[in-house]
Design a protein around this ligand. Structure first.
Ligand SMILES: Nc1ncnc2c1ncn2[C@@H]1O[C@H](COP(=O)(O)OP(=O)(O)OP(=O)(O)O)[C@@H](O)[C@H]1O
Length: 338
C-alpha cells in the first residue's frame, strides 16, 4: 500500500509541529524520518496514523483520502517507543487483541497469533505477562501485535530507543528479517539515530524545525548529502570551506582534482574514512591521534580548519606534529550548502 502525505501541516495551538510535509512511501519501501528532537518526526507519523488532525493537507493510502478516517479504520500497525502492551493480558492475548476486536473467527486468531509470535521469535513466551519480559522482548511482542491485523502499513516511532545497545542491534536484525518476510509492507520509521536509519531504510527523510529538508535514497544521502546539516546528522563529516574559480575548487589554496564548483555550495564534505594520506594532497599538520580499536582517528590542521582522518589500525600512523598531505579523492567528495 502506498502512503502519501500531501502538503500536510499540523499545528498544536501556536506551535507549528509539521509544515507543508509531502512524502510518498511505496508498498515494500521503508522510509526513515530522521531528525533532532522536536523536528516534527512523531507528528508526521501521528498524522498518518490518525492520532493528530492536520490543519491542512491530505493523507492518502493507495490514493484514497483517509484524512477524516479514525485510526482504527485505517488498517495501520503502530509501534511506539514505550511498548504500551496491555499489562493485564498475557503475550498471546496482547497479540490477539486487534483480531478479537475485529471479531475474527477463533481458529484464525489462534493461527495468526502463533504465526506472529514465531515471526518475532517469542513463541515460548506466549503465556507470560508483559512484566515478565525484558524491554526487547516486550518490543517484539508489540511488533507482533501491530502486525497481527495484517496491516499494509507499519509505523514505528523510535521502537528501539528504550533498549540497551545489544538489544537494539538484535532487534534491528529482526526488523530487517521482517522486511524480507513481509515484502509488501510500507514502513515509516521514526528515529533520531542515524545508524538505525542507515541500516534499515531505503530512503531517508531528514527533518529539521518542522520541515522535511532532504529526501533521498539512503546511500545517496550518506555519500552525497545536499546540506551541511544532513551531512553531519548522518555521521561524521568533514566540512571544509572551499573557494571556486575557473571551474576549479580549492581547499586551503590547494586544487582538488576532479571536483567541479556548484553555485551556492560553499563547503566540501568528505567522510573521515575517505581521506587518505599521500603525496600531492592538501598540506596539513597532525594535531591529535586517537586509537579507536579498529582504527586511529587523526585530527589534522589545514589552514585554520580541523580535518578528521580515519586510518586502519594496522598501518603506519604519523605522530602528533608531523606534516602530512591529505588526499581527498573526488569520488568521495560532495559540495554542500552551509
Ligand atoms: N500534543 C502536543 N501539544 C503541543 N505541542 C506539541 C504536541 N506534540 C508535539 N508538540 C510540539 O511539536 C513539535 C514537534 O514535535 P514532535 O514530537 O513531532 O517532534 P519529534 O521530532 O518527534 O521529537 P522527538 O524526537 O523528541 O520525539 C515540538 O516542538 C513539540 O514540542
Amino acid at each position: 500500500m502506498t502512503v502519501q502525505l500531501d502538503d500536510v501541516t499540523v499545528h498544536f495551538g501556536r506551535t507549528c509541529a509539521l509544515e507543508s510535509c509531502t512524502l510518498t512511501v511505496a508498498a515494500g519501501e521503508t522510509v526513515a524520518l530522521l531528525g533532532p528532537s522536536g523536528s516534527g518526526k512523531s507528528t508526521a507519523l501521528k498524522a498518518v496514523a490518525g492520532f493528530v488532525r492536520p490543519s491542512s493537507g491530505r493523507i492518502r493510502l493507495d490514493g484514497q483520502d483517509v484524512t477524516e478516517l479514525p485510526p482504527a479504520k485505517r488498517g495501520i500497525g503502530v509501534v511506539v517507543q514505550q511498548y504500551a502492551l496491555f499489562p493485564h493480558l498475557r503475550v498471546e492475548d496482547n497479540v490477539a487483541f486487534g483480531l478479537r476486536a475485529a471479531r475474527r473467527p477463533k481458529g484464525e486468531v489462534t493461527r495468526r497469533v502463533a504465526e506472529m509470535l514465531g515471526l518475532v521469535g517469542m513463541t515460548s513466551y506466549a503465556r507470560r505477562f508483559p512484566r515478565e519480559l525484558s524491554g526487547g522482548q516486550q518490543q517484539r511482542v508489540a511488533i507482533a501485535r501491530a502486525l497481527a491485523i495484517r496491516p499494509k502499513v507499519l509505523l514505528l516511532d523510535e521502537p528501539l530507543a528504550a533498549l540497551d545497545a545489544q538489544l537494539r542491534a538484535d532487534l534491528l536484525i529482526e526488523l530487517q528479517n521482517l522486511r524480507r518476510e513481509v515484502p509488501t509492507l510500507a514502513i515509516i520509521y521514526v528515529t533520531h539515530d542515524q545508524s538505525e536509519a542507515l541500516a534499515l531504510a531505503d530512503r531517508i527523510a531528514v527533518m529539521r524545525d518542522a520541515r522535511l529538508i532532504d529526501l533521498a535514497p539512503t546511500t545517496t544521502l550518506y555519500q552525497t548529502p545536499p546540506s551541511a546539516f544532513t551531512a553531519s546528522f548522518l555521521g561524521n563529516a568533514n566540512l571544509l570551506p572551499i573557494k571556486s574559480s575557473n571551474n576549479e575548487v580549492t581547499v586551503a589554496g590547494h586544487v582538488i582534482p576532479g571536483v567541479q564548483p556548484i553555485s551556492g555550495k560553499e563547503l566540501l564534505c568528505i567522510r573521515p574514512h575517505a581521506v587518505r594520506l599521500g603525496a600531492g594532497g592538501v598540506p596539513g599538520r597532525v594535531t591529535g591521534v586517537q586509537w579507536r580499536g579498529a582504527s586511529y582517528q587523526l585530527t589534522c590542521e589545514v589552514a585554520d580548519v580541523l580535518v578528521r582522518v580515519d586510518l586502519a589500525a594496522d598501518g603506519a600512523v604519523p605522530a602528533v606534529g608531523a606534516d602530512v598531505q591529505l588526499v581527498l579523492p573526488s569520488e568521495a567528495c560532495s559540495l554542500v550548502s552551509r
